[in-house]
Design a protein around this ligand. Structure first.
Ligand SMILES: Nc1nc2c(ncn2[C@@H]2O[C@H](COP(=O)(O)OP(=O)(O)OP(=O)(O)O)[C@@H](O)[C@H]2O)c(=O)[nH]1
Ligand SMILES: [Zn+2]
Ligand SMILES: [Zn+2]
Length: 285
């Protein structure tokens, strides 16, 4: 179960597998509220940062701590696995349709010649994205999360087992399109990369601050559409820096290729730093 929105987990399936990824947690709760009223219901004021009818704030915090600490131990195991094999893993997070798969396809076309790459695709249903990735010749595995709204450390462990990545390789994880819940779940990745497309509005970093606070890089995608929009790149940058003064921001277009050289440069630099500076675990994180 997702402690952020209460969605169902434990129904995730790895592509090609009949059985669900074994559940590692029990319990369920429901969304705080679904309503069409005009009032402003603010549910984030309690100690737990959310509210569920019939559940105390203390109970919610306990539940959230249990789930996240289980997730963290799976993430730590993944991180150890990656570190021992000099594997560099990135977790791509965004709202649906920002262009994660399109960016990955263009990235892989450019990276394929320079080392082994693998992709783990997360979506609630379908293997469309993994199919798009495989067309580039890169190995990909799809995780369908069912009702789940994010990937977790446990699912990634199973997917990595199936992929059996070579030492020194690069793993891209495309998380489920959701600007909220994936922020809370460490997968053992080196960095979260948030993708914001220019059609979504400059205010997204302020509305969904956890995601932009958790990311080290923001890719501002679909820059080719800027001439047709009122989107103000400078305001978007300022908003992202307000929630995360350390975030790096690159403007890119999967369609025209603008900014992709800088994105590839960032990957290489971050990878080199990771391999040099964090040989064992992610102790500093
Ligand atoms: N104009 C323009 N369109 C883009 C760009 N990148 C992606 N798109 C389009 O945006 C739509 C969504 O792209 P996807 O790559 O499927 O987005 P996604 O983030 O992977 O979507 P989900 O996996 O559903 O969350 C597609 O129609 C893409 O062709 C871009 O740089 N410019
Ligand atoms: Zn959720
Ligand atoms: Zn996608």
């Amino acid at each position: 179960m997702c402690t952020v929105c209460g969605c169902g987990a434990g129904e995730a399936r790895l592509e090609g597998s009949e059985k669900p990824v074994p559940a590692h947690e029990a319990g369920h709760h429901h969304h705080a509220s679904v309503h069409g009223g005009a009032h402003h219901h603010h549910y984030g004021t309690g100690d737990a940062g959310a509210s569920v009818p019939g559940m105390s704030q203390t109970r919610m915090i306990q539940l959230e701590q249990d789930i996240l600490s289980k997730n963290n131990s799976y993430a730590d195991a993944n991180r150890r696995f990656f570190a021992e094999r000099s594997i560099f893993a990135l977790n791509l997070v965004s709202s649906p349709g920002s262009g994660k798969t399109a960016l990955l396809v263009e990235t892989l076309k450019r990276l394929k010649t320079t080392g082994d790459c693998y992709v783990i695709e997360g979506d609630q249903q379908t293997s469309n994205d993994a199919d798009r990735i495989r067309e580039t010749g890169v190995s990909a595995i799809q995780i369908n999360t069912g009702k789940g709204c994010h990937l977790d450390g446990h699912m990634i462990g199973h997917a990595v087992d199936d992929l059996a990545p070579r030492d020194g390789s690069l793993i891209f994880i495309e998380n489920v399109g959701n600007l909220v819940c994936p922020a809370a779940f460490d997968l053992g990745e080196a960095h979260k990369v948030a993708i914001l497309s220019v059609t979504e509005g400059e205010d997204k970093p302020l509305k969904y601050p956890d995601m932009f606070a958790a990311a080290d890089l923001m890719l501002l995608n679909k820059s080719d559409l800027l001439p047709h929009l009122d989107f103000d790149v400078e305001v978007a940058r300022e908003n992202a820096l307000r929630v995360n003064p350390n975030i790096t921001i690159l403007t890119v277009s999967a369609k025209t290729g603008e900014g992709l050289d800088q994105w590839l440069g960032w990957i290489e630099a971050a990878r080199a730093m990771r391999l040099a500076g964090h040989p064992v675990l992610g102790a500093a994180e």
